[in-house]
Design a protein around this ligand. Sequence first.
Ligand SMILES: C[S@@+](CC[C@H](N)C(=O)[O-])C[C@H]1O[C@@H](n2cnc3c(N)ncnc32)[C@H](O)[C@@H]1O
Length: 340
Amino acid sequence: MREAEPLSLPDSPSQPLSWEARAGTGKWSLCTCAAAANIAAWPWHCRRGDVRPGSVTSFDAFKREWRGGRVTGVDDRLLLSSSFGAAATAYAEHRPDYAQAAVRWALELVPGPRVLDLGAGTGKLSATLVALGADVVAVEPDPAMLGELRRALPAVRALPGSAETIPLPDASVDAVLAGNALHWFDMSVAGPEIARVLAPGGSLAGLWNVMDDRVDWVAGLERVSGSAAIGPRDTLSSWRAATAGMLVPSSGLVGFGSPEQVEFPHGQRRTADSLVATLATRAGMLVMADQDREATLGGIRDFLASRPETAQGEFTLPMLTGVLRVRRPEKIDQSLGPGC
Ligand SMILES: C[S@@+](CC[C@H](N)C(=O)[O-])C[C@H]1O[C@@H](n2cnc3c(N)ncnc32)[C@H](O)[C@@H]1O
């Protein structure tokens, strides 16, 4: 395994480095953090494992190594989950909000108005929550995404943090919602952490905006796009199977109720260009080599130009918001161990 070229650390811990790659003891580690220079405080992703500081490279340098096949043992989940900051402005402009009915269902029966939007990104779900009158606190690890959220929703309390390290006191929220983000959490750590901040009787829900692939042109779009742009979590036909196992007791959600899944109709006004721009913000696309990404987006553009539904002007992208919900009982039997 090749070591990265050493790069000197920034002087100030406040200097944002949204992408970091470090050579550690026998493996690479990826890190997304605002305070990357403060080695003693490597947060979230970098917390785990025996990573030895000293050999730090820019993300561009890391990507060159990675694309060249000279980096092995990379945790794809970390690479993908920390990819969004590089496209934060486009993300804020193009990604959809969530069906209000879906958010209402996620919050049904919760004991109070305090909602944590976890992995809040640029605030798409927070905005829907605010519109529904929730008392929202947003937590997001990526500084660029958090910056967009603060710009869009200055009245929302927005904190740096992650699902694995939530900067909130015990039992301080009535619901924890995650919009298109739950799949990035390390639930073995995040599950107990979410249970800690969630009040008795509260709910945890993952929401995913999925495309309605019962519609012929959408199914065609899925075929030409490939799974980097439209994966199993992104379509009606497969999101349930792709997410069903995410909120089970073995993920640290001891004593929670059985998971439930429901979809709610949704849609987004798009043009061919804005739909291409939306798909370009998918994690799989963001980490692709430039040439491959251009080829994939070109294929999508050609397909949209070939279909009467999408060739001209504005159209509605048929979508649904899928919700996976579990409820925390009023009283938890602490004698139950994980897996019960
Ligand atoms: C696809 S975006 C969704 C953002 C926003 N919730 C929305 O609905 O548009 C996924 C977000 O999850 C964040 N994320 C990734 N790993 C995370 C983790 N371990 N804990 C919390 N958030 C995480 C990313 O930084 C990114 O902002």
